[in-house]
Design a protein around this ligand. Structure first.
Ligand code: PLP
Length: 516
């Protein structure tokens, strides 16, 4: 947006205050200025994608650095658009961690694709509040269509109806609310507090499950103690014998088991819970099965990966995040549910001013959740699916999995590194494993934790690559997550080179210290 700065308000224009990018006295920006700055912004984004590798992936700023450069009070008079865009360049961009950088391998790597960005832009222009069908027929019906297309791409049965939420955290909370509604305990009407007629409700999820499940229970008033964390095995998959035992214990003690959350693609290691066995238990025990496939669900559109999802078609609800691995700009989370009627029953509340004549024949989005107004998120998903097609999207996910296998093979072939978890998708968990003579097991564990943390920090400090970590079985674990639409083998190779370079440097420093 350098151009914008040059084109920005001249002193002369400033003096009359109403031209060259300034807001008019009333109303919005003129169509002419909108075109001019709109073109500039789109050009800027095109350049950004072409040159994103010029930027350090991880923001190289100190806490408070951006804040201290911004005025502490709002401008009394409007400022010219050119100046504002120039400040995005000058101040905002340096304080960005570039999630759209192809060497972003931290957490779960994500990316926004061009058709998704166009969808966001148009959605901002339409600015619909998709609360009722009549306030947003296009949003309501495109949501049904896009989610049904995605369902078909993931080969889920037609009984699953979909609803879009902002995040998986919120989607899972709504699924748990539907499960609770299905108990017919009058909780919607009477709540839970002060009731002596209610048993303690219990939900089961593996110790590897995402914290959003626990947060959902907090938000719904079920409390943290309603979560039973089921142990996982050496591959970080839920131990189903322990699950069955815990359900049995709870029933004996008078508690009421009502829901199990299985994860396909856990956050730390992308492990896959044994969903068929969990579904058997849920069917036998009459429990709601919610599958959290926030990250991995997108991989179900790749036919040869579908075997990993075996059993999820038996779930009551499933969440997957196109904003994680389907090239959809944040945010868009898809909840699929067999019992949308229960979800609706849990949340529908229609004041007089929202009643419409077509209420009985249409879907009104606000019936399915806490929010009244809802963003037109379906547009970007619909545009992405149309632009890339099922085949194109599957090819990209398949390639990410291939790159992860490649990286896995380098780790496996190297004496200095080891894998710490199976790699079912596109995320690799590994660590450096150098050895030192005369070390106890305990000393080695502590030393390797420190070593790997230093290697990760050294790699991240280069700004070329961004990796994050987790702990698996108490062990400091590096994670390389591939999910960006612009990532190629060159980027993955460079990450591997940097890891080896930094391991060498850090080990050399250690040697010097121990000799000194
Ligand atoms: N579930 C799993 C398995 C995740 O990995 C994550 C995030 O990484 C979430 C849920 C939460 O996702 P969101 O940020 O959409 O709430």
């Amino acid at each position: 947006m350098k151009q914008a700065e040059e084109n920005g308000a001249s002193d002369a224009a400033r003096s009359d205050g109403r031209e060259n990018g300034y807001a008019p006295a009333l109303g919005d920006m003129s169509a002419e200025d909108f075109r001019r700055y709109g073109h500039e912004v789109i050009n800027w984004i095109a350049d950004y994608f072409e040159q994103v590798e010029r930027y350090p992936v991880l923001a190289q700023v100190e806490p408070g650095e951006l804040h201290s450069q911004l005025p502490s009070s709002p401008p009394e008079r409007g400022e010219p658009m050119g100046d504002i865009l120039a400040d995005v360049d000058r101040l905002v961009v340096p304080a960005l961690t570039h999630w759209n950088h192809p060497s972003f391998f931290a957490y779960f790597a994500t990316s926004s694709s061009a058709p998704g960005i166009f969808g966001e832009l148009l959605s901002a222009a339409f600015d619909v509040k998709a609360m009722l069908w009549r306030t947003s027929p296009a949003s309501t019906e495109l949501e049904e269509v896009a989610l049904d297309w995605l369902r078909q791409m993931m080969a889920l049965p037609a009984e699953f109806g979909g609803v879009i939420y902002d995040t998986a955290s919120v989607a899972s909370m709504h699924a748990i609310a539907a499960a609770r509604e299905g108990l017919n305990l009058g909780i919607r009407e009477d709540g839970m507090s002060g009731r002596t007629d209610l048993p303690a409700l219990r939900l089961y999820a593996s110790e590897q499950s995402h914290s959003s499940i626990e947060k959902g229970l907090i938000a719904l008033g079920l409390g943290q103690r309603s979560l039973r964390k089921v142990p996982s095995d050496s591959d970080f998959e839920m131990d189903t014998a322990a699950l069955a035992r815990m359900i049995d214990e709870d029933r004996r003690s008078g508690a009421l088991p009502f829901c199990v959350v299985a994860t396909i693609g856990t956050t730390s290691s992308t492990s896959v819970d044994p969903v068929p066995a969990i579904a058997d238990i849920c069917e036998r025990e009459n429990l709601w099965l919610h599958v959290d496939a926030a990250y991995a669900g997108s991989a179900a559109i790749v036919p040869e990966l579908r075997y990993i999802f075996e059993g999820w078609e038996r779930a009551d609800s499933i969440v997957t995040n196109p904003h994680k691995w389907l090239f959809t700009p944040f945010d868009l989370s898809a909840l699929y549910c067999r019992r949308l009627d229960l979800l609706r029953r849990a949340f529908t509340l229609v004041p007089e001013y929202l009643r419409t004549p077509e209420d009985d024949s249409v879907r009104n989005g606000s019936d399915y959740g806490v929010q009244l107004g809802r963003r037109f998120r379906a547009l970007k998903l619909w545009m992405i699916i149309r632009y890339f097609g099922h085949e194109g999207l599957a090819a990209r996910i398949r390639e990410h999995c291939r790159l992860a296998r490649r990286f896995t093979s380098w780790v496996g072939d190297s004496y200095d590194w080891e894998l710490l978890a199976p790699v079912p998708f596109s995320t690799v968990c590994f660590r450096a494993r150098t050895s030192v003579e005369d070390e106890t097991e305990e000393e080695r564990a502590a030393r390797l934790d420190r070593l790997n943390e230093r290697v990760m920090n050294a790699v991240n400090a280069t700004g070329e690559v961004f990796l994050s970590h987790t702990k698996l079985g108490g062990v400091f674990t590096l994670r390389l997550a591939i999910g960006n639409i612009r990532t190629t083998e060159l980027h993955v190779r460079r990450a591997w080179e940097l890891l080896n370079e930094k391991l060498h440097e850090v080990s050399k420093e250690d040697l010097k210290t121990s000799e000194g």
